[in-house]
Each structure stands twice: as C-alpha cells, then as structure tokens.
Design a protein around this ligand. Structure first.
Ligand code: SF4
Length: 173
C-alpha cells in the first residue's frame, strides 16, 4: 500500500492542544494523504498521559528534545510541575506507532515542546523562541525519521516520493 506519514493530531483537527483547541491545517498535500488513508495521527502529550486541557509546558532553558531524552534537561509546565516523564513516554509511543506503520516521514506542529522541529520556547514562559526541537521530534529523528514542520507539506511529500522511488528501485515495494 501507499506509505504512511505521522502527523500531529492537532494539525488534523483533533482538540488535543494544551488549551483544548486544535490547529487544523489546510493544504492539498494533507488533503491527498487523508483521502488516501496515509495520515497517522498522534498527540504525544495525550499519549503520554497528560489531560486536555493542561497547563502549557516548556523545556528547561538551554535544553532541547535531545537533552531531555539524555536526562540533561526537563520539561516543566507553567504551574511548575515536572512533566518530563509524560513527555518521554509520549515520544516513545509516537516512535512505536511510527515503526508499526513503517513510517519514515512526519509532519509535526511547530514550536511545541513535543512536536517542534526547528524552534521551541525558551523555558521562561515569556513567548520567546529559540532554535531546537521537541522531545518527540528528537526521538523520531534519532530513529532516522525525517521530521517536517507544519508549513512544509510540499517538502514532506517530496521526501516521501524520494523514499518510495528508492524502495521501488530496490524492489522492496
Ligand atoms: Fe499538537 Fe503535538 Fe501538542 Fe499534541 S503534543 S497538541 S500533537 S503539538
């Protein structure tokens, strides 16, 4: 069958964001993936056991997804609770889901401490962004999955096509 793509559940319109809202994305690539049954939804924070709504969370200052996974940074919510374990669990479940479906490409919500793929908030809950990725993006990338942000649908579709072409050439289709 057609290759599947991991997509942040909030980008698919599921009301799983910390504030109880969603962030439904509108793009022809996403519409095609949905029509062809290729989009696999995951909200790592909900999968990790956090409720919706929930206080916003940020990775501690100076950290990123990789440093959280390495135990050198934590994730705290705005109430001061350490939610690192839930974020790490959600990342592992996202990776398991991706591997179950043979997924090699993901499109995830920007700036999230789980799903962010280029920038995240700086840990001060002041709305400032720094370069870095979230915990789930870091774990997926570790496993060789290519992670794109919410405005990179065309690039993600091209990456998927390239991988398919390689698989066909290798006779593995
Ligand atoms: Fe969306 Fe990811 Fe946040 Fe879940 S963890 S609400 S999928 S950005």
């Amino acid at each position: 069958g057609l290759p599947k793509v991991l997509v942040s559940a909030c980008l698919l319109g599921q009301p799983v964001r910390y504030d109880g809202g969603h962030q439904l994305a509108h793009h022809p690539v996403l519409a095609r993936w949905l029509a062809q049954g290729q989009a696999v939804a995951i909200c790592p924070e909900v999968a990790g056991g956090l409720p919706t709504p929930r206080p916003p969370a940020e990775i501690t200052t100076g950290g990123s997804g990789a440093s959280v996974l390495a135990g050198r940074a934590q994730v705290h919510d705005s109430a001061g609770n350490d939610v690192t374990d839930a974020f790490a669990r959600g990342a592992r479940l996202a990776l398991q889901l991706a591997q179950k479906h043979g997924i090699r490409v993901a499109v995830l919500k920007d700036f999230s401490p789980s799903c962010g793929s280029s920038h995240i908030y700086d840990g001060h809950f002041a709305g400032r962004k720094v370069a870095g990725d979230g915990v789930t993006s870091a774990l997926l990338r570790d496993a060789g999955i290519v992670v794109f942000g919410e405005h990179q649908w065309d690039a993600a579709a091209q990456a998927l096509q390239a991988l398919q072409a390689v698989a066909c050439a290798a006779g593995k289709d």
